[in-house]
Design a protein around this ligand. Structure first.
Ligand code: PNS
Length: 164
């Protein structure tokens, strides 16, 4: 048996805005893929708070960035994440934790989701140190002022940002 797949269990959702999908997101996705049988990257349509890329474009880019992973699907959804998780039979929600500043928001969201869908466990994964300080909003900001974002985003996202 392939050792890297021995301890995978169930379906996990990896929800977020992913606007844009960064190397930090990819790092977390790769870790989740080693832990779970199947991982769904769940793009929340109603979180178009920034609206840099439309959700369908984000979906296409994440698919392009995750072609090397055999257990990923990418879904755009509307509504409450807890409902979607319960409906899809997910056992876990995966969120990346980069730094202390993330805790407050993440804990509130995890407790709310737990109350709404107690059977779904939120699991926090840490990215590699190299990616620990990347945020999508900082990437958008650097790009807005013409800065180089090539060390923050995967190649397909970089190409899309340069062509926008
Ligand atoms: O990448 P983000 O913006 O930090 O992700 C936040 C996201 C999309 C996971 C969150 O806003 C979400 O789950 N939205 C769907 C609506 C919902 O269920 N909101 C209540 C969360 S407690």
């Amino acid at each position: 048996m392939d050792q890297s797949k021995m301890h995978r269990t169930g379906l996990a959702l990896y929800p977020g805005s992913f606007d844009p999908f960064t190397l930090g997101h990819l790092d977390i996705l790769e870790r989740a893929c080693r832990l779970f049988d199947r991982v769904e990257v769940t793009i929340a349509r109603n979180s178009e708070k920034s609206g840099f890329f439309p959700t369908d474009k984000r979906k296409a880019l994440i698919e392009a960035c995750s072609g090397h992973l055999d257990n990923v699907r990418v879904v755009v959804f509307d509504g409450l994440l807890a409902d979607h998780a319960a409906r899809s039979g997910a056992s876990a929600l995966v969120r990346g934790l980069r730094q202390v500043a993330d805790f407050d928001y993440e804990f509130r969201m995890a407790f709310a989701n737990r109350r709404l869908a107690p059977q779904v466990e939120t699991v926090f994964l840490m990215p590699s140190e190299e990616h620990a300080l990347i945020t999508a909003s900082i990437v958008r900001e650097i790009h807005r002022y013409g800065g180089d974002v090539s060390s923050f985003v995967p190649e397909p996202v970089l190409r899309a940002m340069r062509n926008d």
